[in-house]
Design a protein around this ligand. Structure first.
Ligand code: NZQ
Ligand code: ZN
Length: 386
């Protein structure tokens, strides 16, 4: 096992009815900026619960953070933070709102001239404006990690940022929010969390059986609960397990002491940047060809995954590993997610070159657990996914 440091300071408050705890968790001596998305929280009762819990607080609102949060929108929120002298932010939403707020936490204290540099120049954030979250969509794990992804559609860019100053102070995770989530977003959440686990698991054996089994437990649980969550989002038991799986998939625990990949995410972000495809769907498009391309390096873990998750005991290592890729693609499809780029756009010819160019421009030239996925190889992976 590799050496590691584990620092996850976010307080998680989990369960039905816990949104009212905002009353005591949100500091009373600071002006609060409440941030949310396109308005789903006004239709499902979450907004009322938040406002009622914060009735003793001084609250300013900013709404309209879109899915795949846009840099230009966030700059408007940044102006509000400065003009209103905001001391604490509350993100109420899914990964997009939470990530947008993480960008703002960093940008509010950033001393440079151009906040885009935080993303473009990969500037880590060691101190941010403090914030908490109320999670409305299980998927990204952003509620318990310190990473964020921000989009800039004018330039077809979607970039990652992070740093220890960007952990939420607290996150309230009430599984009853799942009731109002549309089927498409439920599928996205399950697929995103599932892929997060695989990005941290599907590398090579690293003498870390506990981390492997943590990962396998999350995968197995997601497979088990997915049909119920999709059919009946009102099922609290399934929703609670769905929500906790998503948080555990990307809160840092399963990646400690082991190699990680993340090339699927980096390549897939380009599909959102150019075509606006939902994040989780871009992962389902890229993963099968990424694992096929890196088959030799990943086959031992692929075979272990086939044995332990899909119960394939017979056959050679290679047969098991191939079966694992096939079963993963089938799992995405069972959620109604298509796994080819041509299912989402007609204009994919030549796109692989754009991906290679963008990865080169952003210095993303050595991806994967062996840092051997060059922009040219990434382009081949994208072509295999057409
Ligand atoms: O904007 P509103 O009206 O709230 O609607 C949202 C949005 O349209 C809706 N929604 C959220 N909660 C709902 C609901 N609708 C009904 N009932 C509810 N309870 O769902 C739509 C999608 O929301 P979004 O926040 O975009 O989804 P998700 O949580 O999947 O976040 C995706 C973003 O997170 C990034 C992705 O790249 C993408 O930008 N990621 C962030 C990560 C991180 N910070 O660790 C890791 C991930 O890999 C990912 O890259
Ligand atoms: Zn993801």
């Amino acid at each position: 096992m590799r050496n590691f440091e584990l620092y996850v300071p976010t307080k998680v408050i989990f369960g039905e009815g816990e949104i009212q705890k905002l009353k005591t968790e949100v500091p009373a001596d600071k002006k609060i900026l409440l941030l949310y998305g396109g308005g789903s929280i006004k239709k499902n009762g979450i907004y009322e619960q938040v406002i009622s819990a914060l009735e003793q607080h001084e609250v300013v609102e900013f709404s309209g953070i879109e899915a795949n949060p846009e840099y230009t929108t966030l700059l408007k929120a940044l102006e509000v933070i400065k003009s209103e002298n905001i001391g604490f932010m509350l993100a109420v939403g899914g990964g997009s709102v939470i990530d947008g707020v993480k960008f703002l936490a960093s940008a509010a204290l950033y001393e440079g001239d151009n906040p885009w540099d935080i993303l473009a120049r990969k500037i880590r954030t060691f101190k941010g404006l403090p914030f908490g979250t109320v999670l409305t969509l299980p998927a990204t794990g952003s509620e318990m990690n310190s990473g964020a992804v921000v989009s800039r559609s004018e330039t077809n860019e979607k970039l990652v940022m992070g740093g220890p100053g960007l952990f939420p102070k607290f996150s309230i995770c009430d599984p009853t929010v799942v009731r109002s989530i549309p089927t498409r977003q439920l599928a996205n959440g399950i697929a995103d969390a599932y892929t997060h686990v695989l990005e941290q698991y599907m590398t090579y054996p690293a003498h870390a059986p506990l981390q492997d089994r943590f990962s396998e437990a999350i995968l197995q649980t997601l497979i088990e609960i997915a049909p119920t969550v999709m059919k009946d989002p009102n099922n609290y038991k399934a929703a609670a397990n769905f929500m906790w799986c998503c948080t555990m998939a990307l809160n840092g625990y399963i990646q400690k002491g082991v190699p990680t990949d993340w090339s699927i995410h980096v390549i897939a972000h380009e599909l959102t940047a150019f075509y606006g495809i939902d994040h989780a769907r871009t992962l389902a498009v890229i993963l099968p060809s990424a694992y096929t391309k890196k088959f030799e390096q990943k086959k031992e873990k692929l075979a272990q995954y086939a044995e332990r998750i899909f119960n394939m005991q017979d056959g050679t290592l290679e047969e098991k590993a191939k079966f694992a890729i096939h079963k993963t693609e089938e799992f995405y499809q069972s959620l109604g997610i298509k796994t080819r780029l041509r299912d989402y756009t007609d204009t994919y010819e030549g796109f692989s070159h754009k991906v290679a160019k963008s990865l080169t421009e952003h210095g993303l030239t050595a991806l994967g657990e062996h840092q051997d996925i060059t922009p040219e190889i990434a382009a081949e992976i994208v072509e295999m996914a057409y």
